[in-house]
Structures are given as structure tokens and as C-alpha cells.
Design a protein around this ligand. Structure first.
Ligand code: ADP
Ligand code: MG
Length: 259
């Protein structure tokens, strides 16, 4: 019998505020709605994915720091969320120390990959919400991942920094993870009222071709409101346009995986 192994997707862009966490949480919830068993790994000390799925950070006992730095079993850090089929390994502010602490440790790049090993057969998708940097945490995510999903904000400097991101991907491919591939490029926070938004779409498509999702995430207030209620958009406002666009994205992601 073939054992099902989770597909690991790192959601990454070293720019902050481009929609990584929003995409991780809502992709996770929509994949779970499609019957998939999903684990989110919060790899950002801000812990926005953690609170975004309704976990009360002060009550977290074990988090991703314990897995990465102290090599504690990941099962001790996994929490169920209120969304059926969606689990999370939370992050709290103690993760802020991990970048420096990992630097002096053996096999530091492999910590997340090794940590995930025992539970990879328990999930269909594991989504890693990356921090806004290209340090040890991002490298751990890229080493553990099968693919990288890159959210790109539909703004004037959209492509800025992406060559640096792709260079880091190349280095990780060379040294730790030769099979690492791009899952897709997602345009976020698109504003149809500006001409600029459309120019950015054209520019990003000319660089990344068919890696760019047809689904474009518009700038929608509902998406910014949901996190403060600790809910993915499909729970917070299931009939909203915001819920619809992330459901569209998930159909594309599943189709790309032959589902
Ligand atoms: P990152 O994880 O890349 O830093 P976030 O997903 O946290 O980015 O998004 C940054 C901010 O923008 C958050 O306050 C989030 O709620 C809001 N946001 C994200 N996507 C959208 C969108 N499509 N429309 C409106 N607000 C959004
Ligand atoms: Mg974030």
C-alpha cells in the first residue's frame, strides 16, 4: 500500500504585509473544506497565523520554537483549531530568538524537515507561514518544502526583492533540497480602480508566465477584518466575495495537484 505523504508548501516572500499569513490561513481552511487534512506551521514570531485561526497565544504551551531549537517532538506542539480538518503548530514571540540560536547549532537548516517527518503521513497538506526575512527560519521552511507559494502585492514595487528570494531558493536547491519547486505566484491586494494594478499583473505574468494563478485576490476589507475574530474568511463570512476568491484559489491549487 502506498503511504500518503503531505505535500509541504512554504508561503514565502521576505516583504512584510504582502498577504502571506492571510493566504496561509485561508488556503488552509479552504483545503480542509475540500476534505483535506491540513497542518499550518506558523514560522513567524509575530504569530499572526496562530491568532488568525483562533488560538489564544498566551495559552500556548509548546510552539514551533521548541520543535526547531530544542528538537521536541512536533506532536507535542500540534493544536486542533475550531475549523474541522485544520491543525496548527503555533508560534509565539519566543520564536524571535530562534534565528540567532539556530546559527550555532548542528544541521540547523534541517530542523523543520526532520521535525515534520513523523507526521507527514498524517496530513495531505502542510502549509508553512514564513516570516518576512530570508534567515534561518525561511531556509528551514524551504528545506522542508516541496514547493513555494509566493504572494505578491499588486503594487508598483511588486517585483522588487523577488530576485533575492529566487536566489535563496537556488541556494537551498543546491545545498539542501534539489527538488524544491515553485508552487505558484499569487497576486494579492489587487485594486481594480487603479491602472497600476493591471500593469503590475501584466508585469508579473511576463516574468512568471503560467506560474501565476488566474485567481487574483482583490483588496477586500473583509479579509482584513477576519483575523481579529480568529477566523478564516470561510467561517467569518462564508458568502462573501473574499471567501469566494480563496475558494477559487484552492480549486486552482487542487487542480495543479491533479485533484
Ligand atoms: P504578511 O503575512 O505577508 O505580512 P498579511 O497576510 O498579514 O501579510 O497581510 C497584511 C495585512 O493586510 C493584514 O492586516 C491583513 O489582514 C491585510 N490583508 C491581507 N490581504 C488582504 C486583502 N486581500 N485585502 C485587504 N486586506 C488584506
Ligand atoms: Mg505574516
Amino acid at each position: 500500500m502506498e503511504v500518503n505523504m503531505a505535500h509541504v508548501i512554504a508561503v514565502a516572500n521576505q516583504k512584510g504585509g504582502v498577504g502571506k499569513t492571510t493566504t496561509t490561513v485561508n488556503l488552509g481552511a479552504c483545503l480542509a473544506n475540500a476534505g483535506k487534512h491540513v497542518l499550518i506551521v506558523d514560522a513567524d514570531a509575530q504569530g499572526n497565523a496562530t491568532s488568525g485561526v483562533g488560538i489564544d497565544k498566551p495559552r500556548v504551551e509548546k510552539d514551533i520554537y521548541d520543535v526547531l531549537v530544542d528538537e521536541e517532538p512536533i506532536t507535542s506542539a500540534i493544536l486542533h483549531t475550531d475549523h474541522e480538518g485544520l491543525d496548527i503548530v503555533p508560534a509565539t514571540i519566543q520564536l524571535a530568538g530562534a534565528e540567532i540560536e539556530l546559527t550555532s547549532q548542528m544541521a540547523r537548516e534541517m530542523r523543520l524537515k526532520l521535525g515534520l517527518q513523523p507526521i507527514r503521513a498524517d496530513y495531505d497538506y502542510i502549509l508553512v507561514d514564513c516570516p518576512p526575512s530570508l534567515g534561518q527560519l525561511a531556509i528551514n521552511a524551504f528545506t522542508a518544502a516541496d514547493t513555494i507559494l509566493i504572494p505578491v502585492q499588486s503594487e508598483y514595487y511588486a517585483l522588487e526583492g523577488l530576485s533575492q528570494l529566487l536566489n535563496t531558493v537556488k541556494l537551498v536547491q543546491k545545498h539542501f533540497n534539489p527538488d524544491l519547486a515553485i508552487e505558484g505566484v499569487l497576486l494579492t491586494m489587487f485594486d481594480a480602480r487603479t491602472k497600476l494594478g493591471n500593469q503590475v499583473i501584466t508585469e508579473v505574468r511576463s516574468h512568471f508566465g503560467d506560474k501565476v494563478y488566474h485567481t487574483v485576490i482583490p483588496r477586500l476589507t473583509r479579509l482584513a477584518e477576519a483575523p481579529s475574530y480568529g477566523q478564516p474568511i470561510v467561517d467569518f463570512d462564508p458568502k462573501s466575495r473574499a471567501a469566494e476568491v480563496y475558494e477559487d484559489l484552492v480549486r486552482e491549487v487542487l487542480a495543479a495537484h491533479g485533484e
